[in-house]
Design a protein around this ligand. Structure first.
Ligand code: GLN
Length: 457
């Protein structure tokens, strides 16, 4: 763009054209055509004058759980169908301040609850690599929009894998940062002690530059870290004697042999470059999914109590009194998966069950964090699969919700422990579907993780 080789308004038009051509993917809930084009004009002017923000020229889609002032934000739920927030998320303010162009909001599972994008109130999303398959979830529209080149980068959210798993299914990069380094202000709350915002992109450079812009302390998020943000977009040499751990618990019989063989060849490749890979143990791994679904449904049952027909979104008009108005608004507005989770969460928090479920799961969360602390005292990074299976056909995932939850077996631990994790595309299966691998680091080692990913991709 600086040399005039690429024209920004034309580039944005080309993205808008592709979005139109790919409507059947159902990746976008809304597209901001006019605004994107007028921004393209003004930012093109800034680029030619040489005085522009860090993200000038970058076209970004945003998962529809992140607030943009006066733009529809549905969280892919019927309960928020006609809702527009009165303020923008901190990540959005920061992107715009650096001259990014936001082209639209992407489809996802309803309230980010799901692994296939099929719980959306606005229909499923197709995987651009094979349209009979799901793109993964919950940030399915985000990953599909990046893989189909309907934008440069997408912002997703990851509570238990929702950036990494769809990135893996669509063959792109997806980064879940350390909890607290990216502000959650303006993100729809699902499970607040797990929720993180992060980028999905076609390469690590784009992930890094977006992280430069969106990370850093925000006084509007009380859980936001005070540590100075890293300079992600300037790669550093990897430390001498870097060691990678391979957790044996992630290689159990549930793992698809094709994914295992991609993992093996990745390990051979990095070993041949002199990087040490050694087996490590995360002994509480098999409890992660159970602890995750107890704690996140508990938090969700509390967070989603705000949708009462009074303050936000849908209100039922068929009521005869206040209580009936609350009940019917929620009954009509929420989809089945969300209702299931509110009921589960209410149950695990209720008197008499709290100690047996919620409190116990909190203790397991600490044990999982302790496992990572122990492992990261002897290795710098962890390599693992992102998912146990390769893709799923549209419609196949919902026969058994428990099976869907078990698909999160390799991703939820990072959220329980708050550590950063990155999906990198590893290749294609025999059936032509993308396979991803996952790299993890200790809290606040996000930069090392991205530098390593860039080095070994
Ligand atoms: N699949 C997980 C769930 O349904 C992860 C969702 C997420 O990370 N938002 O909760």
């Amino acid at each position: 763009m600086k040399t005039g080789e690429i024209n920004l308004p034309e580039n944005v038009l080309a993205f808008l054209h592709s979005i139109g051509e790919n409507k059947s993917l159902n990746a976008y809930n809304s597209v901001f055509r006019e605004e994107a084009l007028s921004k393209a004009d003004s930012i093109a002017g800034k680029i030619s004058s040489g005085d522009h923000g860090k993200l000038a020229g970058m076209v970004i889609s945003v998962k529809d759980v992140i607030s943009i002032k006066d733009k529809p934000m549905t969280s892919s739920s019927a309960i928020l169908k006609n809702f527009s927030p009165v303020y923008s998320a901190t990540v959005i303010e920061r992107l715009l301040a650096e001259d990014a162009i936001i082209i639209g909001k992407t489809n996802s599972d309803e309230f980010a609850m799901g692994s296939t994008n099929e719980t959306s109130a606005f229909g499923f999303v197709r995987n651009p690599v094979n349209r009979e398959y799901v793109p993964g979830g919950s940030s399915g529209g985000s990953a599909a929009s990046v893989a189909a080149r309907l934008c440069d980068v997408s912002l997703g959210s990851d509570t238990g894998g929702s950036i990494r798993q769809p990135a893996s299914f669509c063959g792109v990069y997806g980064f879940k940062p350390t909890y607290s380094i990216v502000s959650r202000y303006g993100l729809t709350s699902y499970a607040s002690s797990f929720d993180t915002i992060g980028p999905i992109a076609n390469n690590i450079s784009d992930i890094a530059i977006v992280m430069d812009v969106i990370s850093g302390h925000d006084p509007k998020d009380s859980t936001s870290s005070q540590l100075p943000p890293a300079n992600f977009s300037v790669p550093e040499k990897l430390p001498e004697g870097l060691k990678i751990g391979l957790p044996l618990e992630y290689l159990g019989e549930g793992l698809d042999p094709q994914i295992k063989s991609f993992l093996d060849s990745f390990i051979n490749r990095i070993r041949s470059r002199g990087i040490k890979v050694e087996p490590v143990s995360l002994p509480h791994t098999s409890y992660a999914v159970a602890a995750y679904y107890i704690l996140t449904t508990a938090e969700a049952s509390s967070n989603l109590s705000r949708y009462d027909g009074v303050r936000y979104g849908h209100r039922s008009l068929n009521n005869s009194d206040l209580n009936e108005m609350y009940t019917l608004s929620r009954t009509e507005g929420f989809g089945d998966e969300v209702k299931l989770r509110i009921m589960l969460g209410t149950y695990v928090l209720s008197a008499g069950y709290y100690d047996a479920y919620y409190k116990k799961a909190q203790k397991v969360r600490r044990l999982i964090k302790n496992d990572f602390d122990a492992v990261f005292s002897s290795v710098d990074l962890i390599i693992a699969p992102t998912t146990p299976h390769i893709g799923k056909k549209i419609g196949d995932g919902f026969t058994d919700p428990l099976q869907m939850y078990l698909g999160d077996v390799y991703t939820t631990s990072a959220n329980l422990a708050g550590i950063p994790a990155l999906n990198i595309p590893a290749g294609y299966s025999d059936s032509g579907l993308p396979v991803g691998l996952q790299l993890m680091a200790n809290c606040f080692n996000d930069k090392l993780l991205l530098d390593f990913g860039r080095e070994v991709r």
